[in-house]
Design a binder for this molecule. Structure first.
Ligand code: SF4
Length: 280
């Protein structure tokens, strides 16, 4: 309405990314981008841009005071490198220390959980990097809140990992349960906190259904999409309904270049060649 009244045209200035993280649609579906970078500006926010950590550490002009979100997308260096997200623990350590130094108030770190081969050791690693950075920094009057926002791993169609197995697990409070405390860690300079908004297993499952279901599932998709009973059900009830209507094991399992339901889609990147390579 406001747009119509003021006749203001809001244009998405740049989309896409050059970093080629193997699960990500921003980079494999979209070509309009700034060279060598990823930055995403929310509509209406003047200074509040999301940047990739790699740029933050390379580009001294990025104003950390205005940074509200960025992403690590993997709890350990090993997991991040497995999905081509080249953030080392040293880089993360430097990033945390920079945040502590400028007395930033709070920042949200988007993280992926449930990446292939992930174990509890990987969760420990990110927490230890945070603790080490906190220990190396001088005590401040006000502590910075780092909110770890976990999203269950879901490789998008038309990305190199589109055919990968996905873990069928509820990841809500995964750090809080492992460390048996909330916040995960409170140091002299920073507080590491897991947000409460990680997707529940049924929400995650409906995304995977959209990405991987076939014509045979159409009837059941219609059923849940139009059902008030499903809409108002608890997470546990939704889980049971979805397990009854869909072959969850198959949907979350491994696919190959020939049986992947989205294999007919095409993008500027020839990712289907990568699936064939992975199949060998
Ligand atoms: S996850 Fe972020 S940095 Fe990686 S390709 Fe996507 S937009 Fe770029």
């Amino acid at each position: 309405m406001m747009l119509l009244q003021t006749r203001t045209l809001i244009q998405e200035g740049y989309i896409g990314c050059n970093h080629k993280c193997l699960f990500c649609g921003y980079t494999f579906h979209r070509t309009q981008k700034r060279k060598g970078t990823f930055a995403y500006k929310n509509v209406g926010s003047k200074n509040n841009e999301e940047h990739a950590i790699i740029e933050i550490l390379k580009n001294k002009n990025i104003n950390l005071q205005h940074l509200r979100n960025t992403a690590i997308d993997g709890s350990s260096q090993r997991l991040r490198f497995n999905v081509n997200k080249k953030i080392t623990n040293d880089m993360l350590n430097e990033f945390f220390m920079k945040l502590f130094e400028i007395k930033q108030k709070a920042i949200k770190l988007y993280n992926l959980v449930g990446l292939p081969t992930e174990t509890d050791d990987d969760y420990n690693e990110i927490v230890n990097v945070f603790i080490n950075a906190d220990k190396k920094t001088k005590k401040t009057e006000k502590k910075i809140w780092i909110q770890l926002h976990n999203t269950p791993f879901k490789p998008l169609p038309l990305t190199p990992l589109a055919n990968t197995e996905i873990k069928y697990k509820d990841y809500r409070n995964v750090f809080t349960n492992l460390f048996n405390r909330r916040p995960i860690y409170e140091g002299k300079t920073g507080i590491l906190m897991e947000t409460l908004y990680c997707e529940s297993l049924p929400t995650h499952t409906t995304d995977i259904i959209i990405h991987r279901a076939t014509e045979q599932d159409a009837q059941n998709i219609r059923k849940i999409a139009t059902s008030n009973k499903f809409l108002n059900a608890t997470a546990q009830q939704k889980k049971e309904i979805l397990e009854k209507l869909f072959d969850v094991k198959k949907l979350f399992g491994n696919y190959n270049a020939d049986n992947l339901p989205t294999k007919y889609l095409r993008t500027y990147c020839k990712v289907e060649k990568i699936w064939r390579k992975n199949d060998k």
